[in-house]
Design a protein around this ligand. Sequence first.
Ligand code: UDP
Length: 414
Amino acid sequence: MLQAVDVGELALSSYVGAAPDDLLDRLRAAAEPLRGLRVLHLNATSYGGGVSELLRSVVPLLNALGLQAEWRIITGDPAFFTVTKAMHNALQGAARELTEAERALYLATVERNARDLVDGYDVVVVHDPQPAPIPRFRPDLRTRWVWRCHIDTSNPGPAVWQFLRPYLEGYDAAVFTMAGFVPAGFPVPRVSVIPPAIDPLSPKNIELPDRLARQVLNWIGVRLDLPLAAQVSRFDPWKDPLGVIAAYRMARTEIPGLQLVLAGSMALDDPEAWEVYREIEAAARSDPLIHVFTNLTGVGNIEVNAIQRLADVVVQKSIREGFGLVVSEALWKETPVVAGRTGGIPLQMEDGIGGYLVDGIEACANAMVRLLRDPAEAKAMAARGRERVRARFLIPRLVLDELALMGAVVSPPG
Ligand code: UDP
């Protein structure tokens, strides 16, 4: 059996006040005919990155609504995750091909995991490329297969896409964050567009009293008497942490004493992170105002919550981005954001609502300075951003959309 991930319990009533009432009513109604539906969410890691963040809330919420949801992960050795990260990069447009040996390792690992999948689910939702070929190896299972793609596959590298494409043919449905991400010639009959969302009740997003947030930041060594910019992201070249440092250095010439926090989690399925971490360390080592944190040094959900809450500006200078949950996380805390105009980020904010969208290092620095110089205006923008998140990007909306899709795939055609 594949390894299960433990999740907590959630009650729908806890969202009253945070999420719009009519949304919760619609969610309850949509779940009613699906009570008892057995759903498996399958991905590659239980921590680090947006997918695990989502599943930690989606799975308990499905259970709270009367479905029987589970979350399981596939396993693989470091070489497998090196191949899947290369695939991830190629699917986002990087020039990378896979060797014969890499393809063989990938397929053998997925096949081994596929054999460990037991029968008994009405719907299996497979997340991202890592486990994607699973249906190919289990045609015997009487389930509906949904592929949930979280990355920007609008322009996939042709070699890797040609390789992966046939393995997607067995799916009944697929979900993308944006319509523009669906690659040309996509072979799945039903395609839904569902953007992700954040959970206002998770430890990362829950209300933190100011005093506690300040105590947490002080504890990890961030100065409370100086202004603060922060980027919270996996250490991944697409998130451009070195570009953030460059923009920060420009901004600091205008805002003396400005600090920068770079917080990055080391996801199990992201072997590239250590390389990027070393580059960041080298760029930041001699600078006492740059703080580099990871989950391995004790910066977890509460610390990220405090960082996003107390930062004067949150930066998300992505070059490619599936969605970028961190943008909604910051806006929910009424912190203004400067973010790359890419992928799912413009869904969440626009210029003047939540902060500024930027296309390069200099624009990023200028936007940071603008927000830091005018805190009242920045606050007003962030408040508008929070309202947008409340209306569109809270987890009950995501689950409502997913239920609609599941209802469609399990109901007999006609
Ligand atoms: N995250 C975290 N600690 C870190 C860095 C990131 O908890 O040091 C979380 C972050 O708060 C967000 C998720 O990891 O919830 C990243 O999701 P996002 O969609 O922004 O990017 P992805 O990693 O999926 O590309």
